[in-house]
Design a protein around this ligand. Structure first.
Ligand code: SME
Length: 161
């Protein structure tokens, strides 16, 4: 009898060094932010089955995020800095590692299936916040410090922050 592993939380199947190398090759010499975000959303989303929504929210004016390139179901278009996990990341400049979105005050549910989330700041070469990268998972407690480190390294290499 074949045992089917239960859906487990945590545990990367993505190799961040490998993914970083392929992203570097795909984006070498490119400076257009939309092109870079579209490429990263695709490459990161398809790197790991834990990632059910992967996308960017851009800083379009002080205190406001608007959706950018993403993979997955439709995402909400606008997020003020005082709302949601994305707003908390933009406000604080810190990675938000959320093992249970239902326990996060003010979480914005773009999909009712989302159980955990990671949101990372995206900075340019001048250190300015230009966007956040949001990844949702339908698995509880899906993200780890390894994800935070690996994703931060990719964002820094591509966007210069
Ligand atoms: N969950 C995010 C909103 C974006 S949708 O998940 C794509 C938040 O709480 O900011």
């Amino acid at each position: 009898m074949t045992s089917v592993p239960a859906m487990q939380s945590g545990g990367a199947t993505v190799s961040y060094p490998d993914r970083a190398r392929s992203i570097e090759a795909l984006t070498r010499g490119e400076t257009d932010q939309v092109a870079l975000m579209a490429t990263l959303a695709c490459e990161i989303h398809h790197a790991d089955d834990r990632f059910d929504w992967t996308g960017f929210y851009r800083v379009t004016e002080p205190g406001l995020l608007k959706i950018g390139p993403y993979q997955g179901g439709h995402g909400c278009l606008v997020i003020p800095f005082d709302r949601g996990v994305c707003g908390a990341c933009a406000r604080t400049g810190e990675v938000q590692l959320v093992p249970d979105v239902d326990a996060f005050p003010g979480h914005i549910a773009c999909a009712s299936s989302t159980r955990s989330e990671i949101v990372l700041p995206v900075r340019n070469g001048a250190g300015e916040l230009i966007a956040v990268l949001d990844i949702d998972s339908d698995r509880p407690d899906a993200f780890t410090e390894e994800d935070a480190k690996g994703l931060s390294a990719i964002l820094s290499a591509v966007f210069g922050g």
